[in-house]
Design a protein around this ligand. Structure first.
Ligand SMILES: NC(=O)c1ccc[n+]([C@@H]2O[C@H](COP(=O)([O-])OP(=O)(O)OC[C@H]3O[C@@H](n4cnc5c(N)ncnc54)[C@H](OP(=O)(O)O)[C@@H]3O)[C@@H](O)[C@H]2O)c1
Length: 279
């Protein structure tokens, strides 16, 4: 058997008889993570709001990877969504062995120019919801002696506060710290918790946020393909890495943010804030 074939066999066994629940699986990184988990033999529960898309993706993955895929249409910005999802999995008799908290979005503009409804949804989807999903699903994993939790945070979580990223940056820092703490709490229980911290990634993220035009001016070398991000995330959580930043350039940026003296960083950010205010 060729080496590549053998690797595929080994990978497929990881998910056999197991379920992975992936939020935000209707597009971008989440959709590719669904494919990566399916490739490894996991049956899937895909969660997002766009029902038709979710069903199309589910049928496609079932057809290509011979796994069972459940599509659950749910708005994670609704308080109570995490509890409903956990109960729903119990009612369907599905044990969740891998949880991927990937759903997310950005809110463009200065804090005061945005609606509280949007900011509240951001907190619910990327902070409260993630914390609650981990709180509800991880103990079941601990009890069964197997669990993989992959929280899709961002390189932004390592960066200093910035105008326009008012709650997005803290939300991503929150996801990183939450994952690191949980990874420690579950040490020795075969429950791995990882924060995946991508930089700029080709997905629908900036279209949804309405910043595609501005982002198009960013050089191509700063962008990564979402499949590569997904594959690295999968590998990191299987290896039990608490934090993974895909891409050398992104790791360098994270290091810079840590190493640069804060007065210099603050001066740059103040200039950026003043520039953004110019009509
Ligand atoms: N793209 C980047 O440059 C980048 C960089 C760093 C980190 N990230 C992070 O990566 C994660 C995935 O983003 P992406 O880039 O793949 O963006 P994307 O292509 O826009 O996908 C976002 C996913 O989240 C789902 N979602 C959004 N709000 C939701 C809600 N209220 N309830 C349920 N699902 C919801 C969307 O599904 P529906 O619309 O169907 O609900 C979609 O499946 C996010 O957490 C993001 O912060 C992205």
């Amino acid at each position: 058997m060729a080496n590549g074939q053998k690797d595929n066999e080994t990978a497929r066994k990881e998910g056999t008889g197991r379920h992975a629940l992936i939020t935000g699986a209707s597009a971008g990184i989440g959709k590719d993570l669904a494919e990566v988990f399916a490739r490894s033999g996991f049956d899937l529960v895909l969660v997002a709001r766009r029902e038709k898309r979710l069903h199309e993706i589910a049928r496609d993955l079932e057809h290509r990877f011979a796994v069972t895929v459940h599509a659950v249409t749910l708005d994670l910005s609704e308080p109570g969504a995490a509890e409903w999802l956990h109960n729903e999995m119990r009612m369907r008799g599905l044990n969740i062995d891998a949880l991927v908290c990937n759903a997310g979005f950005g809110v463009a503009g200065f804090y005061r120019d945005t609606s509280w409804a949007d900011q509240h949804a951001l907190c619910q989807v990327m902070m409260t919801g993630v914390a609650e999903l981990c709180h509800r699903f991880a103990p079941d994993m601990g009890a069964r002696g197997y669990g993989r939790i992959l929280n899709v945070a961002s390189l932004a979580g390592f960066l200093p506060p910035a105008p326009g990223g008012t709650l997005y940056i803290p939300a991503k820092a929150f996801e990183i710290k939450l994952s690191q703490a949980l990874a420690l709490e579950y040490t020795g229980e075969n429950v791995h918790v990882t924060a995946l911290c991508p930089g700029f990634t080709y997905t629908e993220f900036h279209d949804v946020m309405g910043t595609r035009a501005a982002m198009s001016s960013m050089p191509r070398f700063m962008w990564m393909k979402s499949m590569r991000v997904a594959e690295e995330g999968y590998k990191a959580v299987m290896q039990g890495k608490p934090v993974h930043i895909p891409g050398r350039l992104n790791r360098f940026i994270a290091w810079l943010a840590w190493a640069l003296p804060s007065p210099a960083v603050n001066a740059i950010l103040r200039r950026q804030a003043l520039y953004a205010k110019k009509p």
